[in-house]
Design a protein around this ligand. Structure first.
Ligand code: IPE
Ligand code: IPE
Ligand code: MG
Length: 259
């Protein structure tokens, strides 16, 4: 017999609020295919995808997630047809323009990773305005990856260190992290990729070292609250070992809970 699918209410009740990922990162993939399957142009999927961004930001904020990183545009995406790129850039400006007020009233702090200097001027202005106007907020961090590539980010960090006085012989991982675009943010605990692709596509290469990976067949425009909760439920069923044995992890968890 086929197992009955959990309802939204059951999923909501099944999530342990005390062990949520602090930092969720999402590779929002499948907009183009979602639209094409409906006989629509790819950009139709991007539009619908932006609506999902609004909803997922709100859901993560309500759950109490500390950082949400969304891969919105990769450094490789510049190679797409010019019309699609300019549609995405206009949409980015429009999204920020319409969301700044909501971010302000919801305490969201906006920031970005990636080479935002490559964005068209108008988009850059909206990015700067969103960062500036939400800088004092203390709630969830919404981190957009824009013109982002993990390898490029690592090279850029090396250049920044060089410019700041050179690379110390005893450089630690922690010191190095402070030169990455994600400086000050915790590493992602959970990385979600939609659309059935099982690859990282140059996303958070350094930071993903111990992230839990979750892949779903669902296209980004269909990724709703239920899908998010299913991903969180899956995450909470895993044991994160960080190189230790399962027994060691169990022991330290039980000594923590009896303290
Ligand atoms: C993700 O959807 C959005 C961006 C990369 C900007 P895609 O546009 O990659 O959609 P598919 O993968 O072609 O379906
Ligand atoms: C990754 O998706 C980038 C974003 C989601 C913004 P792509 O669709 O560009 O990745 P590939 O090319 O399929 O690996
Ligand atoms: Mg894609």
């Amino acid at each position: 017999m086929k197992k009955k699918e959990a309802t939204l209410a059951e999923l909501r009740a099944g999530i342990d609020r005390d062990s949520l990922p602090k930092h969720i990162a999402i590779i929002m993939d499948g907009n183009g295919r979602w639209a094409q399957r409906r006989g629509m142009p790819r950009v139709f999927g991007h539009k619908r995808g932006a609506e999902r961004v609004r909803a997922v930001v709100e859901q993560c904020r309500k759950l109490g997630v500390e950082v949400l990183t969304l891969y919105a545009f990769s450094d490789e995406n510049w190679r797409r047809p010019e019309k699609e790129v300019s549609f995405l850039m206009n949409m980015l400006g429009g999204y920020l323009r319409s969301e700044i007020a909501t971010m302000k009233s919801n305490g969201i702090r906006f920031r970005t990773v990636g080479r935002t200097e490559r964005l068209p001027k108008t988009a850059q202005q909206w990015v700067a305005k969103a960062i500036d106007e939400t800088a004092d907020n203390g709630g969830m961090v919404l981190n957009l990856a824009l013109s982002y590539g993990g390898r490029g980010e690592i090279l850029q960090a090396i250049r920044r260190m060089q410019d700041a006085g050179g690379i110390p012989a005893d450089l630690s991982e922690q010191q190095f992290s402070a030169y990455l675009d994600t400086a000050g943010l915790p590493d992602p605990d959970l990385i979600i990729r939609t659309s059935g692709e099982r690859r990282i596509s140059n996303f958070l290469l350094w930071q993903a070292a111990y992230a839990e990976l979750y892949f779903t067949e669902v296209f980004w425009p269909d990724f709703d609250e239920k899908q998010l909760l299913i991903a969180l439920f899956d995450y909470q069923g895993r044991q994160r070992r960080f190189g230790l044995t399962g027994e060691q992890v169990d022991r330290s968890a039980s000594s923590r809970s009896s303290r």
